[in-house]
Design a protein around this ligand. Structure first.
Ligand SMILES: Cc1ncc(COP(=O)(O)O)c(C=O)c1O
Ligand SMILES: N[C@@H](CCCC[NH3+])C(=O)O
Length: 417
């Protein structure tokens, strides 16, 4: 049984009705299932079994401490992109020795903090960054383990905003220039070359672009080896998609086994950086209908969740399923609604043209909101960020409080007289 399922016309998460969670913690509210997180992570572990590997969960997808802690307890590594994410991993009990640091604008402070924490590897995205890491490491009297993130110029076939492995994208070092950057890295103080990395985009629904990228990267690995640059790992990034609507992404086992085949007998450890495929379907956004507003052209369901809570529909026109929490509303007629928030933007919607039998006061769940949900939220319109709750069996834990206006205002001040 999936973590989110209907029982007696009511949507449950694990053993708890979502209506009870809403009653207890209010709406809008992100609700995560511990079991779903674990199952999703363990699906990767199983796929890798018997091989030298590390699954570095991409913290950006959902950085709630409880989420990180659940994964840390399962032995996960972490892919971070900021000093803040490093702090979160450490606070959640994650092992810094299993942390890889991606991202293309690492500051000196962030590099210093990561070196002091003795992380596993820096994924370097430019020559300028390489020089900066070398200088900071040398100054600290430390050695920075590095991989170059190469840009293999592969079309991931995903939304242009979340494609990262094309020449025109800002990410990574052009694969055709990587050899000379590795040669340069070899000569720099404070640098130890340990691996190679690529990440071509997010929400990929076929294996082919991954394998294209891996083939190109492995060609470079072999050339490097001929030049005496021996790597200990290859990091093939994250990006495996999930089913939001009718996508049929491959199972992690299919992807991992195809990548393992490509590696052949090369003595390389394998790292992956999945985010969405671990967190997305482990969470929903719970929201309540405030008003129904029929107009001549459209029916609007105005809910208490908005683009500031879940930005994906507004930002990428992303489609996420919206379902009623109680389905025994035979008394109510179904209409086609745009499900919109109260924010003063026409782009503020959670879903368009949804057939729903609902009344004011009803609860809705926006599905697949466990990844790139809360982490992309904002205070726009001076709304308070939603609460986050994790369900574990029949237990429900508030893992982040709803923000208050007092909290928001406590961060600000006016100019002195
Ligand atoms: C460098 C890097 N690694 C991992 C990820 C995680 O990707 P996803 O959540 O699609 O698995 C991303 C996001 O696209 C990323 O930029
Ligand atoms: N935030 C994006 C994914 C970006 C992945 C990070 N590189 C989404 O919601 O789909």
């Amino acid at each position: 049984m999936t973590a989110f399922h209907y029982q007696d016309h009511s949507l449950f998460v694990e053993e708890l009705p979502l209506s009870q969670v809403a009653e207890q913690f209010g709406t809008p509210c992100f609700v995560y299932s511990r079991r779903a997180l674990q199952d999703n992570f363990l699906a990767y572990e199983k796929a890798f079994s018997g091989s030298d590997h590390l699954i570095c969960y991409a913290v950006k997808a959902n950085s709630n401490l409880a989420v990180l802690n659940v994964l840390a307890k399962l032995g996960a590594g972490f892919d971070i992109v900021s000093g803040g994410e490093l702090e979160r991993v450490i606070r959640a009990g994650g092992d810094p020795a299993k942390v890889i640091f991606s991202g293309l604008g690492k500051t000196e402070d962030e590099i210093r903090a990561a070196l002091n924490a003795n992380i596993l590897c820096f994924n370097v995205e430019s020559e300028a960054e390489l020089l900066r890491i070398s200088a900071v490491a040398d100054w600290l009297g430390k050695t920075a383990p590095i991989s170059l993130r190469v840009n293999p110029d592969v079309d991931a076939g995903t939304h242009p905003y979340i494609s990262t492995g094309l020449k025109e994208n800002k990410f990574g070092i052009d694969i055709n220039r990587a050899l000379s950057v590795y040669e340069q890295a070899k000569t720099l103080p404070g640098i130890s070359i340990v691996g190679i990395d690529c990440h071509i985009g997010s929400q990929l629904t076929t294996v082919a672009p991954f394998l294209d990228a891996v083939d190109r990267v492995l060609q470079l690995v072999d050339t490097l080896s001929e030049r005496g640059i021996k790597l200990t790992h290859i990091d093939v990034g994250g990006g495996l998609g999930v089913t939001y609507r009718d996508e049929t992404p491959p199972d992690p086992s299919v992807l991992v086994s195809a990548v393992r085949d490509r590696l052949g007998d090369r003595a390389l450890g394998l790292i992956m950086e999945p985010g969405r495929s671990i967190a997305a379907n482990a969470g929903v956004l719970l929201t309540r209908v405030e008003f129904l507003k029929p107009t001549e052209h459209k029916n609007f369901a105005i809910v208490d969740g908005a683009m500031n809570d879940l930005l994906r529909p507004s930002l990428y026109s992303a489609w996420q399923d919206i379902v009623p929490v109680e389905t025994n509303r035979d008394d109510i007629q179904s209409y086609c609604y745009d499900v919109v928030g109260p924010v003063c933007e026409s782009g503020d919607f959670l879903g368009k043209d949804r057939d729903l039998a609902i009344a004011a006061g009803d609860l809705l769940a926006v599905k697949s909101a466990g990844a790139y949900g809360f982490v992309m939220s904002s205070n726009y319109n001076t709304r308070n960020r939603a609460a986050e709750v994790m369900v574990d069996g029949a237990q429900c834990h508030l893992v982040r409080q709803r923000e208050t206006i007092d909290y928001q205002l406590s961060l600000e001040t006016v100019l002195p007289e």
